[in-house]
Design a binder for this molecule. Sequence first.
Ligand code: DP6
Length: 401
Amino acid sequence: MVFQATTSAPVNIACIKYWGKRDTSLILPTNSSLSVTLDQDHLRSTTTSRADPSFTSDRLWLNGKEEIVKDGGRMSTCIKEMKRLRKELVEDKDPKAPQLSTFSVHIASYNNFPTAAGLASSASGFAALVSSLAALYALPCPPTTLSLIARQGSGSACRSLLGGFVAWEQGSQSNGLDSHAVQVAPESHWPTMHALICVVNDAKKGTSSTSGMQRTVETSPLLQHRIKHVVPQRMIDISKAILEKDFDSFARITMADSNQFHAVALDTSPPIFYMNDVSRAIIAVVEEYNRVAVETTGKVKAAYTFDAGPNAVIYTEEANVKEIIEMIVKFFPQQEKFKDPFGLFGAQGLGEGKLPQGFNEAVAKTWELGSVKGLIHTKIGGGPRVLDEAEALLNAEGTPK
Ligand code: DP6
């Protein structure tokens, strides 16, 4: 009998950023946050977990390479917590159930997007780890309960346990039991929400989120203002905007919060810079696009957001996707012809990048080829999926295929 399960989990990109921990070992945040889950058809982590009495230790391979599961480390904490849930929720209640919590596990995980693209993989990775163990252990747990464990792998991972629009409620208990993810609205609520990821060329290795946010907590006075006086109202306002499908408010809050996150990074001592000149040029182009849109319709049509690196994610509604891609490709020429995964461009395909009437082209120069080294067009998507045996990543011996 092989005890094994394979699942995939999505990437999420925050509109209200998590930046700061009040407890670094349990990973409890200084503020609530909210994200959009992206479609796993384009970006996902897939993980196979197997429990077997012949395994002598917990082992994990990431993209084929073995990672050391350090005792007390984040991976080991997640595995331990999942074994504890298996024991409490299944084995203690049914003594005839296989005692899987006493077996070591082998885990193989694979990201379908290049780590070199600079896209955060920890969120989808830990969500896939937790969801594959939950499937292996047949845990009768809702995603919110599992999010408590994914959170201890990487804070932002707790939001990848659910699809659609997801809030991570900071909670107030010191044991962290109320610091979990909840769904604000499922992906079906606003299916016209699209995301365009602009992968910005970046040679240097930046400050990691974990160490960067800790330095911000220790040194930034602006962070205290953000936590107390800005984020609580934004969480209320953006949730309302989502429920009402009010893109204008959603976009304005998303952009303001990205900018404030980068402002608290700058307010850190020594300062942290995650965006570069290309990132700032993308902001200038989107802001000009929105200025023209507001002049004609009274509403903005696109929202940029940046995490702990120079890549941009642009949220927009389906009707504007083609226009925005044409605009981005005009300022940031692409080596490869852009593919149209959703068939939105019509028979003529992508146009020559005619800008909307009144657009001031002088806001940005035409950048050299490769400044934005790739574009990934995706949509809002659902939570983790259980996959069938054929997709398993472990071979008969329990090592990666
Ligand atoms: C800027 O979740 O990667 O993407 O909890 O230390 O693993 P750790 O940090 P991580 O931080 C993510 C920061 C962010 C904002 C966000 O996703 O909310």
